[in-house]
Design a binder for this molecule. Structure first.
Ligand SMILES: Cc1ncc(COP(=O)(O)O)c(C=O)c1O
Length: 368
C-alpha cells in the first residue's frame, strides 16, 4: 500500500502533461543536442582545446566578463570563487543569505574544505538589503548574492538595491559574488541586460541546467587573474575531467535554444501563480512571481495536501507536483519552475485541474 506521498509521486509520473520544467531528464536530452555535431569534432582534454575554450570565451563575452571557465558543478565553482576572494583579502570569512545553497545544500563544503567562516545576512524570509551588508564586519572578504533567492520562492531585490550593495562593497574592499544559478530567468523582471547585472559583481556563476535545461555544469566568470586561479582550484578539486564535452555541447545547444525564452517562462509563471492563488487555502510565494519560479503554499497538513493533489492529477491528467514538503503541522509547500512543458498542456485541461483543486480544497476533510 502506497503512502500519500508515494501516491502523489506516482500520480504525477503518470500524468500526460506536467506544468513545470522542460520535460523528462532522459537520454534524449543528450541525443538531441548531439544530433548535428560532427562525429570528428575533437574532445577537450583536461580543460584545454576548442571544445571547452570556445564555449568559455563565448560565455565570458555573453556575461560581460574578461574570462570564464566551465565547471562540472556550481557547488565546485562557487566554493572556489569564495576561497579565492578570501585568500586575496587574507580573511576566511564570507557573508550570504541563511538559505544560501552553500549553507544548506553542500554539507558545509566551504567550511570543511576551505575553513571559511560564514556570516548569515538577514532573516530567512527576507531578501538581503544594503543595511544587512553595512551592519556586517568589514573583515568579510566576499558577499554572495543569490538571484533569484530560490528557497524563498525565487524572490528578488530591486535593481537599485543591488546597485547600492555593489557600491558599498566596492567602497569597502569587499568582493561581491553572484550566485546566478538562475540569472537569465531574472532578466525579464529586471528589464536589464545580463551585462548590466553582471557588471555589479566581481565574479559570476551561472548554471547550465536550470532554466537552460542542459545535463549539468556551470560557468564561472570574472577577471583574468581570478579565472587563472579558478582553473588551478578546479584541478585541485578534481574538476578537470579529461573530457567535459558531453556537458559543454549540451549546455551550448540548450543555451542557444532557451536563452531567448525567459520572457515566456516568466509570463507563464505569473499566469500559473494566479491560477493557484484563486484556489481556496492556496497561495504562492511570491504572490506575483519575479522570475520563472515560485513556491506553492497549501494550508493543509502534508498528508491531506498530497491526497488532494494526487486526486487532481489522476482526474485531470495534469501534473502539478511530484512532492510536497512540510512547513509545519498544518502547512506544506512545493516549488514550481516554468519551462517548455507548460505550453504543451491544453488550456481546458489546465482549467479543469484548477477547478478540481479548488473544489477539493473547499470540501476537505478529504475522503476517497
Ligand atoms: C542557487 C543555487 N546555487 C548553486 C547550486 C549548485 O549547483 P550544482 O547542482 O551545479 O552544484 C544550485 C543547485 O541547485 C542552486 O540552486
Amino acid at each position: 500500500m502506497l503512502d500519500n506521498l508515494e501516491a502523489l509521486k506516482k500520480s504525477f509520473d503518470e500524468t500526460g502533461y506536467q506544468l513545470s520544467g522542460h520535460g523528462p531528464r532522459n537520454v534524449k536530452v543528450l541525443k538531441q543536442a548531439f544530433q548535428e555535431i560532427d562525429e570528428d569534432t575533437k574532445s577537450d582534454i583536461y580543460g584545454s582545446g576548442a571544445a571547452i575554450g570556445d564555449f568559455e570565451d563565448k560565455m565570458a563575452n555573453f556575461l560581460g566578463k574578461e574570462k570564464a571557465v566551465f565547471f562540472p558543478s556550481g557547488t565546485m565553482a562557487q566554493q572556489i570563487a569564495l576561497r579565492i576572494w578570501c585568500d586575496e583579502k587574507g580573511s576566511a570569512k564570507v557573508a550570504y543569505h541563511p538559505l544560501s545553497h552553500l549553507e544548506i545544500h553542500e554539507e558545509d563544503g566551504l567550511k570543511k574544505l576551505h575553513g571559511i567562516e560564514t556570516v548569515l545576512l538577514t532573516e530567512r524570509d527576507n531578501v538581503i538589503q544594503p543595511e544587512d551588508v553595512k551592519a556586517m564586519d568589514k573583515d568579510v572578504s566576499c558577499v554572495l548574492l543569490e538571484l533569484p533567492q530560490r528557497e524563498i520562492g525565487g524572490q528578488l531585490p530591486r535593481f537599485e538595491t543591488l546597485q547600492a550593495i555593489s557600491d558599498y562593497c566596492r567602497a569597502n574592499d569587499i568582493r561581491l559574488h553572484l550566485d546566478g544559478a538562475r540569472i537569465l530567468e531574472t532578466l525579464p523582471f529586471y528589464q536589464k541586460s545580463i551585462e548590466e547585472i553582471c557588471e555589479l559583481f566581481d565574479s559570476v556563476y551561472m548554471s547550465m541546467y536550470k532554466g537552460i535545461g542542459g545535463i549539468a555544469g556551470a560557468v564561472l566568470a570574472g577577471g583574468e587573474e581570478f579565472i587563472r586561479q579558478s582553473k588551478v582550484w578546479k584541478k585541485r578539486h578534481g574538476g578537470d575531467l579529461i573530457s567535459l564535452y558531453p556537458y559543454i555541447f549540451t549546455a551550448d545547444y540548450y543555451f542557444e535554444m532557451r536563452k531567448g525564452k525567459m520572457e515566456e517562462y516568466y509570463e507563464s509563471a505569473k499566469e500559473l501563480a494566479a491560477r493557484y492563488n484563486s484556489c481556496t487555502g492556496i497561495s504562492t510565494l511570491p504572490e506575483v512571481p519575479v522570475s520563472n519560479m515560485f513556491h506553492v503554499h497549501i494550508n493543509k497538513p502534508t498528508d491531506e495536501a498530497a491526497q488532494v493533489l494526487a486526486a487532481v492529477q489522476q482526474e485531470s491528467g495534469i501534473g502539478l507536483t511530484g512532492y510536497v514538503r512540510e512547513v509545519d503541522q498544518n502547512k506544506c509547500y512545493y516549488e514550481v519552475s516554468m519551462g517548455d512543458f507548460y505550453t504543451t498542456a491544453p488550456q481546458e485541461k489546465i482549467e479543469l485541474a484548477f477547478q478540481l483543486l479548488d473544489k477539493k480544497m473547499r470540501t476537505l476533510p478529504f475522503s476517497n
